[in-house]
Each structure stands twice: as structure tokens, then as C-alpha cells.
Write a protein that binds this ligand. Sequence first.
Ligand code: ATP
Ligand code: MG
Length: 566
Amino acid sequence: MCEAKDEKAGKRSLNFIEEIIETDLKNGLNDGRLQTRFPPEPNGYLHIGHAKAICMDFGIAQKYGGVCNLRFDDTNPQKEDTEYVDAIMEDIKWLGFEWGAVYYASDYFEKLWEFAVKLIKEGKAYIDEQTSEEMAAQKGTPTQAGTESPYRNRPIEESLALFEKMNRGEVAEGSMVLRAKIDMANPNMHFRDPVIYRVINRSHHRTGDKWKAYPMYDFAHGQSDYFEGVTHSICTLEFVPHRPLYDYFIDELKDGQDLGDHRPRQYEFNRLNLTYTVMSKRKLLALVQEGLVDGWDDPRMPTVCGLRRRGYSPEAVRGFIDMIGYTKFDALNDYAMLEAAAREDLNARAQRVSAVLNPVKLIITNYPEGQEEELAAQNNPENPADGEHTVTFSRELWMERDDFMEDAPKKFFRMSPGKEVRLKNAYIVKCTGCNKNAEGEITEILCEYDPESKSGMPGADRKVKGTLHWVSCAHARKAEVRLYDRLFNVENPSADERDFRELLNPESLTVLNNCYVEPFAATFKPGSYLQFQRIGYFTPDKHTTDEHLVFNRTVGLKDAWAKKNK
Ligand code: ATP
Ligand code: MG
């Protein structure tokens, strides 16, 4: 579960939701049952903010022997689609959680309709035919009472007939709504005759054309919790002011029955906000629809599928959520923390391979032409059980252009004329110079190897300051490598007055087409975790093929961003 560590006690301390749950279970509330739900609206893909809610809803049920159900909050057919339902399920499973049952708020349309009719009959709801602007103008302010609608006291029969009409699709969207008749002077604005049904003349992805009047969030969520027997309805802080209305409708719904301690209760924690990105589904959808990113799973997106395609593991995502924890205060979390969580996780699991992103040829002039050697390379020194693979060494290698300097300063411990370096898993070589073309560009670097210095051989531990990675020209595979950076240029795009499109980082994607990887790297499938030695963590992209290898950079080995912005 996602908790802070209590260093002194040597165990994790409880977060405030866990404290509430432990107390409720001890006091036998709801007969000591624990039932939560994760309630996404199927109108977009899940993002890392949802992952935080998922870790709470599912994690807490797991921890205390309860159940967490998946409920699609599909009360608005305008934006919902089964594509999203499927994607949401895939992402939850990938994060490592299992739901009990799958429910849909649309399963309760009939019951909710009956409940609304009951309220109308009891004089507790009415059809309002004003425009939304007129209603907004009557709302008042938290310190000033609102004004009652001229339709507030219309005859019950009239409201019932109009409600039917709304549902038959005989009235235009926005021309009338059903409002709960509660209290236009209540200091809680949500009690000022909230709209509970509106007309949407659209087909619903599950109920088709059966309904045209659809319940609002506040009239569906708590009731759905109640119908299902949810005990702890955990959501984010913006719902704090909705809680009294949540309780009000449940009281109305139980209709005089004594529930005793049996009822759902709403608890709220802080949303996840992350620097250099946005979490609004509306904005993420716009990025996708306007082609500003390569789909919901673009590796720059903060979506769960984007993180997956970027090469994050579920453990890394959960590890990050553990780090930030749950509080009652909204905050902006540092993207660098997410990357730190990825590095920590990937260091332990990534398979080490060699890749050269900006290649220049290295010729070992005293190595016999046509000779090859198979050398052993550890798959992951952090985990010897991962074993070894072989790499082929030969006379001509690719090395990184940046690893060579003709006139190097003293502290440059890589390749420069007259100096020695070790080639990873292979030999110590001494640079003897370089060849250039007519433009003065370096085309080849020349060196000589010491046959006695092979890694692992006695006497091979001669000290050299630098170790460089390389791939054999004759054996390496060409690859496309995509380097990703922050999607946005500003720390908090949501707080910026400019249109979010203007804040996109134009350098968020760099495609390198001329990279080489060792053949072993080409054997991995998307979903594998790799480290390109000395460079960073990478994963094969979903579009990689045997003919055209494509790798995505998950994260660099070090936090380059922190330095760049100092
Ligand atoms: P919308 O913009 O459509 O309201 P939403 O992000 O609230 O989108 P939902 O599908 O309604 O999306 O969210 C499902 C659950 O995930 C809710 O319980 C919500 O509180 C939670 N959730 C959404 N965003 C975050 C976030 N940034 N941090 C933590 N929890 C979140
Ligand atoms: Mg929502």
C-alpha cells in the first residue's frame, strides 16, 4: 500500500485513510465490511492521477481483506465510448490490480429514474425550463441567498409529465432540467436546487436510445455506491463540498429505513498534479485529436498506456505513488520524482545492452582483419541470476562521437590521442589519432589494443580511467532511437493563462535515425526493460519490427533536466 515510512518504528506509518478504515473496521461499521470502488468515466484513457486513485481504492481493499469493484461512471453519452472501457480495464490489470465485479452506472438508470420520480411525487424535485444562464444568475453567492426559480412550485403532475417528455427525446437539449428542491439559501451552494437530470439526445454506448434524460454526477454517484454496498467511497478533495449532498440523497433513498451504521461514506484525498504535464482529460484528448502527440499512448503523455510505452514498469508507477503518499492538501509533485522512481526500479530490472546513438567508427589498427571474438557480457550486474550473453568484438567498431576529443582537457577520461581507455567487456586500447574528411570532420578514430588486457584475464586490471561502450560494425543492427523530454515547457501548464498548446515543448521528441545496437538488443519485445549502457533506460517501441528497430528512451541515467535549468 502507498504509505510513508516511519523510520524510528522501522515500519510504515498509516496514511489518514488507512487510519479511518482501521477505526471503522474496529467499530464494526457496515458489519466490519470493507468495499471500495474505482469509478472512472469512460471518456478517456487513464493517467497517472488515476493510478494514484487506483492504488488507493484497490490497494486498501487488498490490504484489509475487502473488495474493490470497478464501476464505469457512464452517465454522459456525449463523450463516452467502449474503446475507453477496454483501455481502462487493460491499464488497471497492468498496474497489478484485480477488481471484484464490474458495474456500470448505466445499470442503475431505471432505479435512478424511479428515485427521481419519487422525489417529484414528494414535492422534492421539479422541472425547470429556464436557461442555464438564468439559473446561474439566481444561484447567489456563498454569503448571499439565491433566488427561487419561477418553476419551483409548479404542480407535481406537470413536472412528472415533462420529465417523461425529457426522456422521450421530445425536448431540445438544455431546454429543461430536473432540479432537486432543497434550499436556495443554503450556505453550501450544492444544496441550492442542484440539477439532477438533463437531456442528452444521443445514443448511449450501452443503453442505446432507451434514455434521453441522464442523471448528473451528484445524482448517480452516491446512489450507485449505495446500490452496490460500497462502504468507503474514496475520491479526491474537490468533492469535499459535494459530500453533504452525497449524504442527503442517500438519506432520501433509504426512505425512512433505519440503516444503522450501514451506508457508504465519502472520504477525500489530494489529487496528483505533476509538473510539466497536464492531467485534464479534455486537454489530453485535444492533444490526441489535434495530432499534437502520437495517440493516447504517446510516450510523452502522462497516461498509464503512455508510461507503459515509454518503458515504465507498473512497479515504478506504484513506487512513485508510494513516495508521494496521500494527504488532505493539494500539491504539485515534481516530475523528477517520477523519473527517480523509474531509475530506481529499472536499475534493478533492466537488461544491459550496448547501443551507440551518435556513431563514429573506431578502427583497431593492430587487430587482425577478419578476426572476431565472442566476449561475455553480464545481462544485469545488479542481478547475477539474469545471466550473460555474448558480444562480438572485431577490428571495426562504432563508438559515440562525443566520447572522442582531439585536444582533450586533462579531466577528459574518454578517447583522445595518446590516452588509454577500456572498451567495455573487451580490451584496453590506446588512441593513435583520427582521420578526417575534406570538411575537417572526423570520419574514423584509430587505436591499438593491448592483447594482454582482455577483461577477466590475469593482469587485465591495469588501471585506466574510462570505460567506453561500443558495438561491432559488422554485427550491429541499425536502429531508430526516440529521445523524449518534458511535454510542456512550463512547470505548471494548468496554472498558465496562455493556451496549453502554446506551452508545448517543441523539443519534447528527438528522433535519431542513425543508431546502432548490439544484436542481443534486437531480441527484446515491447514491454522489455533495457539499459543502454552509459546512456539510459530504453524499451522497444510498439512499432519496432525485425527490419526496423525502434527504441524509446524511458529516462536518462541521471537527472539531466535539473542541471539544464540551473
Ligand atoms: P473528468 O475531467 O472527466 O472529470 P477525472 O480525471 O475526474 O476526469 P474520472 O474518470 O471521473 O476522471 O476519475 C476516476 C477517479 O479517478 C475519480 O475517483 C477521481 O477522483 C480519480 N482521479 C482523477 N484524477 C485524479 C488525480 N489527478 N489524482 C488522483 N485521483 C484522480
Ligand atoms: Mg471526474
